[in-house]
Design a protein. Sequence first.
Length: 490
Amino acid sequence: MEFDLIVRNGIIVNPTDRIVGQDVGIKDGVILCIGSNLQSANPANTRILDCEGAFITPGGIDTHVHLEQWNTPTGDTWVTGTRSAICGGTTTVVAFASQNREHDTVLPIVEEYGALAQGRSYCDYAYHLILTNPTKKIIEEELPILVKEKGITSVKLYMTYDPLKLADRQILDIMVATRKLGVTTMVHAENHDMIAFIIETLLERGMTEPYHHAVSRPSIAEAEATFRAISMAELMDTPILLVHISSQNSARTIRDAQTRLLPIYAETCPQYLWLLSDRLKGDNFEGAKAVCSPPPRDSAEDTDAIWRGIANGTFTTFSSDHAATKFYTEGGKRLGIIDGKPLFTKIPNGLPGLETRLPLLFKGVEEGRITIHDFVRVACSNPAKLYGLSRKGAILPGKDADLCIWYPDGKMEPFQLDNSMLHHDIDYTPYEGMTFKNWPRYTLLRGQVVWDRDNKGLVGNVGDGKYNKRTASTLPGPRSVFVNEWRPPM
């Protein structure tokens, strides 16, 4: 056989197995084979990459990324955001084409958003669709077109935020369509009225610091909406993915649904493993750096529960929810300073996290909180299965040769993270000062080394990334089991 690249002397990791003493043979961007002591028929044109005994994991897939989104202030562009993804071991991102309430069609929105990414991405990419005005025409006519012609097989629905939230009846109507089409339904679950009521009273009392953002969005608001979303999904026999779950209460509700064999899936993010709500406190408006929704929770009981949820399979995917704005420049987090005083309701929500996502999760492997197989399952393989990225997420013959190669134990000098080390276009990281003992050493995108930490760093090019048309989820879907004799429209 002839290879373009042979990856040697690593530990190949998939969700259920690890392979030692085997090489990965790559040709034309695809994994051609896995075998012992592979030799190329044309060795002069074959590069050998020695992993020195390190883990080889599939390239990371980040399926919750906000880049240049019209209704979400974002400091990163497609260029800078995907650049940071590659440098953190992520080879595919799925971002959001978002409908405005005034839009009575979504087809042009997808075209316009696609034009922003074309030729400007370092990594492979795809889109979800955010629905805020689900008209009959959009649901019945346009959504099938997006699925069949564009390969957009996921929609995101909001239960909160005035410009975005849907009524329960609208969610039920959408679930009818997504069930028929095999579309993954993503839900941002927080009780809007609970939050609005708390915010109103906080403002009346002059409690407007960044920390009061966390006070305004208690875990009970997430837990109630999580239960309600699951109840609607059970009624309609429709799979859902609950995004950015942050609390033990919500995780417990999700786990209960899963033990009843409902197709309920869940996502969590680094901020719910490593940050607590006290990070929203601090002088000089520093707490604004950790403002996101849902907010980090109050105690380690919640972060511990999220780690356990990754280990026991409650969480299907692990995403960054990268929705970053700058801190020190106008137009970012400082929009929350009004007449020299903080006003948490005006602080843009969101954190930078594309580049740090995989290293932060890998710390959990090093500390024994999760296994390397858990890591691959939630960061690589399950995202590919849930979102129909059929060529991604596993180190197997026929798959795209997207790989993340780590350092062998003890090879990398531990370091404390400084924002200047990162490749996004954001002027801070909420993980400043954290110690890392490992980091992606090489990132391969379809067989090409695009990140070489020890030799020039970023060696890929803007425009390397390709759009991925997606298929339906391959995880368990509708069961044809209903709550009583009533049936949803089929």
